[in-house]
Design a protein around this ligand. Structure first.
Ligand code: HEM
Length: 355
């Protein structure tokens, strides 16, 4: 059979087209795989500081959107989540701590001390992925006027799915402290998520109705001394107690959405008396009627070894900020088996990024 010149050219053109298409498909496949690996692949040291800064910014952005919650910020409850995830650590057995994010599961999520923390976990969930609300329209009849709009449907779209819950919860605490004008708290990535068999037993977190010996018992177990107990307790400059969670009620300071040393000032200058009410034993300020202290808070000024630290932090906010940052870093890293050489990073607060 005779092959004409034009048939031959067409054949060559189709061959080239085939090769180009195959190359394009291979390139697209490679690109997609690479993207999937970036999105869903392992976390740890393979991620860059810039990628974690993006997660930080996402959390900070979300904190800046919701002023109608509590005292105007989800920040305090994010700090409490990071603390409760870490504060179960036991130096003797090496169990508990922020590695694992085991509070996602029962029994730990149901431990009395963790009441209310699902709010913080749910707040952070969209940082791993975003929910898109998509409107579905249904045409019920031929009549053009009777178009019925159904309820919006939720679709879950990946955002930062590569970050582990364990790292996310701690980064949430770090971002909250910094965005609420607290000190810079360095962050080291590398926590892994574990299953419910790693849940610590109930009773490892402090009981607010106890005194300083109980505080020592609980915090020494984690490896903290008196000064560190006092510095950590300064987190109560933030947030409030909610009667429907642990029974106690009210804020510790006048500015519960900002980190400050006001908590120590209130402990040293205010006269605290037992509140007369149906709830658990707590204290009410004689002047600052709306503010409160827990028995464990007052234990810090009643104990002769702890009180000097309360006074130092009341006098010097920068000393408190310095010690608070160090002790939070220690708390958040308890029991985490970081890969050797994993760096600690500091993230830039969004206010500084904008200025
Ligand atoms: C010293 C022993 C401690 C006791 C007995 C204690 C107890 C409590 C209690 C009863 C609440 C109220 C929870 C609620 O009703 O929503 C609370 C809230 C809070 N705690 Fe502690 N805590 C202690 C230490 C800490 C530490 C070490 C941190 C952080 C480093 C911390 C951070 C917070 C924060 C930020 C809130 C406010 C949460 C919110 O506003 O939703 N606490 N704590």
């Amino acid at each position: 059979m005779l092959v004409t010149q034009s048939q031959h050219s067409l054949g060559s053109f189709l061959d080239v087209l085939l090769y180009v298409s195959a190359a394009a498909i291979a390139a697209a496949g490679y690109y997609l795989c690479a993207q999937c690996w970036r999105a869903f692949g392992p976390s740890k040291s393979k991620r860059t500081k810039e990628e974690y800064q993006k997660v930080y910014n996402e959390i900070a952005g979300r904190l800046g959107e919701d002023y109608d919650y509590d005292d105007g910020s989800y920040g305090p409850i994010l700090v409490r989540l990071a603390w409760h995830a870490s504060g179960t650590y036991d130096t003797k057995t090496g169990t508990g701590g922020s590695n694992g994010a085991t509070m996602r599961f029962g029994p730990e999520s149901g431990h009395g001390a963790n009441a209310g923390l699902e709010i913080a976990r749910n707040f952070l969930e969209p940082v791993k992925g975003i929910y898109l609300k998509v409107l579905l329209y249904t045409f019920w009849s031929q009549d053009a006027d009777s178009v019925t709009c159904k309820q919006p449907a939720n679709f879950h779209v990946a955002k930062f799915p590569w970050i582990t819950y364990a790292d996310l919860w701690i980064l949430g605490g770090v971002a909250a402290i910094q965005e609420m004008e607290g000190p810079i708290v360095p962050f080291r990535p590398g926590r892994q998520d574990r299953d419910s068999t790693f849940c610590p037993p109930d009773g490892r977190l402090p009981d607010a109705s106890e005194g300083s010996q109980h505080l020592r018992h609980v915090f020494n177990r984690m490896g903290f001394n008196d000064q560190e107990i006092v510095a950590l307790s300064g987190a109560h400059s933030l947030g409030r107690c909610h009667a429907d969670r642990l029974g106690f009620e009210g804020p510790w300071t006048y500015t519960p959405a900002y980190v400050s040393n006001q908590y120590y000032n209130m402990l040293t200058v205010e006269m605290w008396k037992v509140r007369k009410w149906d709830g658990p034993r707590q204290f009410q300020g004689s002047t600052s009627q709306t503010l409160m202290m827990l028995p464990t808070d007052l234990a810090l000024v009643e104990d002769e070894k702890m009180r000097p630290w309360v006074e130092k932090y009341a006098d010097d906010e920068s000393l408190f900020f310095h010690d608070f940052s160090n002790v939070l870093l220690k708390l958040f890293e308890l029991g985490v088996p970081f890969e050797e050489g994993t760096e600690r990073w500091t993230f830039t607060p969004t206010k500084v990024q904008k200025s």
